[in-house]
Design a protein around this ligand. Structure first.
Ligand code: SF4
Length: 375
């Protein structure tokens, strides 16, 4: 069984009625439990939970300290190619837009990696658009080999692959995968993915599970908030994460709550997600999944990120560029970031807030032959 049939069942819930029906007693019951069930998660995401954010925050903080202490992992994304054959209505890399596309050569990749590694980071997230012509499997494998010369931990955020292809990247030394469903609501999914292989909803929905089966150590999923009604989207993303966590116990399952950001085009998000809404989502995620990693990106501004670190976050990006080759030169950003602070700035902010910034918590045994990791 995959998550597909479970999602089909969840899709039939009368959400509008549920958001009205769930009351303070449901929120209190959810807050009193150790292992939360479906209805508890719905209660925590419902309007009835809004007056309880402070109590939710206290419990979320306790759970985070129990499972993660004060550790905060740091990483940065690294874009290696912006070639893309999909037309997604919310992204600058969409095939709709004309700009000089770039794909890093292995020499350019090394220079980018060297620049990032000089900041002290040990964990990098490699990203591409979707183009099997521009970024075929052998290119992706080569990229992972090169990145492993510089970083003990390499994650990927690329188009969905088959299980055996994921396995090739794990064997090359990749240990983490990030893949957002973007939007769980099928009709909206089909409206915003206008053309290209990304239109196949099920292929994307099942990709995180294929990554678990292929042996990734860490799989991070989420919904791009703003594309559809946020309470329902957050509920489906979190249920997806719980399904993976229950089934693949040797894989660390993480959640992100990325909010839509400005880009080259003019897409208007359907569902505005306020800062308060975002806080409610993050707290509900932590209470429902006490052991899950929760990632906070630079889509959020510095001031908000400084506050959110106390609410269950376990991983943060720092020193971010969303351009191909953006750490050594310039390109077209995939979207605008809101927090452009350096790795050092984030490190100091975390120390001041009482956290331990963690640059390295993992080293992969599958060292590429003949290549030493620079520590
Ligand atoms: S979201 Fe991904 S698949 Fe869609 S256009 Fe952007 S890079 Fe391509």
């Amino acid at each position: 069984m995959s998550f597909g049939p479970i999602l089909e069942r969840l899709e039939h819930y009368p959400y509008e009625e549920l958001w009205k029906e769930l009351g303070p007693q449901d929120v209190r019951r959810a807050l009193s439990r150790d292992r939360l069930e479906e209805r508890d998660l719905l209660a925590l995401l419902s309007p009835a939970a809004e007056p309880f954010l402070e109590v939710m925050a206290q419990k979320a903080q306790r759970l985070t300290r129990t499972h993660f202490g004060y550790a905060m992992q740091l990483f940065t994304p690294m874009y290696v190619s912006d070639f893309c054959i999909n037309k997604c209505t919310y992204c600058s890399f969409s095939a709709d837009f004309e700009f000089p596309r770039k794909r890093l050569s292995m020499d350019q990749l090394r220079k980018e990696a060297e620049t990032i590694a000089a900041t002290g980071l040990k964990h990098v997230l490699m990203l591409t658009g979707e183009s099997r012509q521009a970024t075929p499997m052998d290119y992706l494998v080569d990229c992972v080999h090169v990145l492993r010369e510089f970083f003990p931990s390499v994650s990927i955020e690329i188009f969905p692959l088959r299980t055996e292809e994921y396995r090739q990247l794990v064997e090359a030394g990749a240990d983490g995968l990030t893949l957002y469903q973007e939007v769980y609501h099928r009709e909206t999914y089909s409206q915003i993915h206008v053309k290209g292989p990304k239109r196949v909803y099920r292929n994307r929905l099942e990709a995180p599970e294929r990554a678990c089966q292929a042996g990734f150590r860490n799989v991070n999923i989420g919904a791009l908030l703003g594309m559809y009604e946020w309470r329902r989207e957050a509920f489906h993303a979190c249920m997806h994460a719980r399904y993976l966590q229950d089934k693949y116990r040797d894989c660390e399952i993480s959640l992100s709550a990325p909010r839509f950001r400005p880009y080259l085009g003019e897409y208007d998000p359907q569902s505005l997600v306020s800062d308060r809404n975002l806080v409610q989502i993050l707290l509900a995620y932590r209470l429902f999944m006490p052991r899950a990693g929760i990632t906070l990106s630079t889509r959020e501004n510095g001031e908000l990120r400084d506050h959110l670190v106390h609410l269950g976050i376990t991983k943060m990006s720092a020193g971010v560029s969303t351009e191909v080759g953006g750490h050594t030169g310039e390109g077209t950003p995939q979207f605008e970031i809101s927090d452009d602070r350096s790795v050092e700035d984030i490190r100091l902010m975390l120390y001041k807030a009482g956290f331990q910034p963690v640059f390295k918590d993992w080293d992969c045994l599958a060292e590429p032959a003949g290549q030493a990791i620079r520590l």
